[in-house]
Design a protein around this ligand. Structure first.
Ligand code: CTP
Length: 413
């Protein structure tokens, strides 16, 4: 059975060029077994006709708050009660601002205000509007109210510019909406995972690397997706298949991994650094294969960026889980890294011959400020599920604490 079978989805369409994608969205939601009703703003009707959405949804389209006939048929309160979830796609910058203000001056805003079921928005706007502090503030406010923010995507925009602000594709939105109905511990959360080794080139045929197989990172990415998260996996070279429902980005060097992570971090709720990033790279990469000679050879190395430390140094870092592979003094070393890199959690394991790297089983000790948990030797796939369940609990604990602090700050302002 499809996840959306029999679900009542109220689709709000606000006035942006991405409204043309709403037609496909209605079709796909129905393919998943959902019953769909559409509420359009006046501006949305300038971009796509109600007739199109009516034909695809098989239901009359709602637009008027003050039309007595429409209200008599199904008013804003009934629409809000009818829905199992409300998705506004596209959600323009203006609509999000109105949502933040709690306005009820048109039908869609009134339905959102009356809604007591999960509410999701799929932002769609020009990249400069998306990056404006006003929009960022609105977004933070909506997230604090548990509104699911789906996307946006990065890419070419209708205005001719390129950057973040494109509405997610209808298929992605449907997938994320399904995630909201799965009782996953990370439903609707955006998780970024690094995995595998990095390769630091010496010359066109040689590189420095390490024994990481990527198995733990891939298992964590899979477990996070199973828990309902939207997962992006930035991976060094490994011989593993990308887990289902995970968006993969392949890189080779630490610098490429750093760039990929930084490119996605603004839209990340939880960052999991499972990669074994090479701490150093050759200072010079030879353009030609280095020929052997009888003399000794010295390779000059320079440090790579610490990706995890760079993430936690951001003004608004996501929740972070780091890994520590140690050959001894596990707790002391792991707790030192937890503090030194300002992490929320660290998962530590012992490595050595037949332990940690390249094998299918592992054991972990997880530490956070004021607590720890031990997971005994088991398959990495099972271990990853246990770790993700713990991570979801710790994330929720911090999330609740932050919300209380924010609300107190607002009260005393
Ligand atoms: N890490 C990272 N970027 C690096 C190095 C490490 O993101 N350049 C992350 C790893 O993915 C891991 C954590 O940092 O989550 C710990 O890595 P580790 O190499 O064990 O820590 P270091 O501080 O480099 O300590 P050590 O001296 O043990 O190498």
């Amino acid at each position: 059975m499809n996840t959306l079978s029999g679900k009542h989805i109220l689709l709000g369409v606000s006035g942006g060029i991405a409204a043309y994608k709403s037609a496909d969205l209605v079709r796909r939601l129905r393919e998943q077994g959902a019953e769909v009703r559409v509420v359009m703003t006046a501006a949305a009707r300038e971009f796509i006709t109600p007739l199109t959405l009516q034909a695809l949804s098989g239901q009359p389209v709602h637009s008027d708050l003050l039309d007595p006939r429409a209200e008599a048929a199904m008013g804003h309160i009934e629409l809000a009660r009818w829905a199992d979830a409300l998705l506004v796609a596209p959600a323009t910058a203006d609509f999000m601002a109105r949502l933040v203000q709690g306005r009820a001056d048109d039908l869609l805003a009134a339905v959102c205000l009356a809604c007591e079921v999960p509410l999701a928005v799929a932002p769609a706007m020009n990249r400069a509007m998306w990056q404006q502090s006003a929009t960022r503030d609105n977004l933070a406010n909506l997230r604090a109210r548990r509104v699911h923010v789906l996307g946006p995507d990065t890419g070419s925009q209708a205005c001719g510019e390129t950057g973040p602000g494109r509405m997610l594709e209808p298929g992605d939105l449907v997938r994320l909406l399904c995630g909201m109905f799965q009782e996953g511990a990370l439903a609707g959360r955006r998780v970024l995972v690094t995995a595998g080794p990095t390769r630091e080139p010496i010359d066109p045929v040689r590189y420095i690397s390490n024994r990481s197989s990527g198995k733990m990172g891939y298992a964590v990415a899979r477990a996070a997706a199973e828990a309902g998260a939207r997962v992006t996996l930035v991976s060094g070279p490994v011989a593993l298949a990308l887990p289902e429902r995970v968006n993969g980005i392949q890189v080779e060097t630490a610098e490429q991994m750093y760039a990929a992570v930084m490119g996605h971090i603004a839209d990340t709720d939880i960052f999991i650094a499972a990669a074994a990033v090479a701490d150093y790279r050759p200072r010079d990469t030879a353009g030609q294969k280095i020929k052997k000679s009888a003399a000794d050879m010295t390779l000059a190395l320079e440090p790579n960026p610490d990706i995890l430390a760079a993430v936690t140094a951001l003004p608004e870092p996501p929740f972070t889980l780091g890994f520590a592979a140690e050959t001894g003094a596990l707790e002391t070393n792991a707790r030192h890294k937890l503090r030194a890199k300002s992490l929320d959690m660290i998962a530590a394991n012992l490595v050595g011959p037949g332990q940690g790297f390249e094998v299918d089983d592992n054991a972990l000790q997880v530490f956070w400020d004021g607590g720890s948990q031990q997971f005994g030797l088991t398959r990495k796939t099972h271990l990853a599920r246990q770790l993700v369940a713990l991570l979801a609990q710790r994330y929720q604990a911090r999330y609740n604490k932050d919300t209380v602090v924010k609300l107190h700050a607002q009260d005393s302002a």
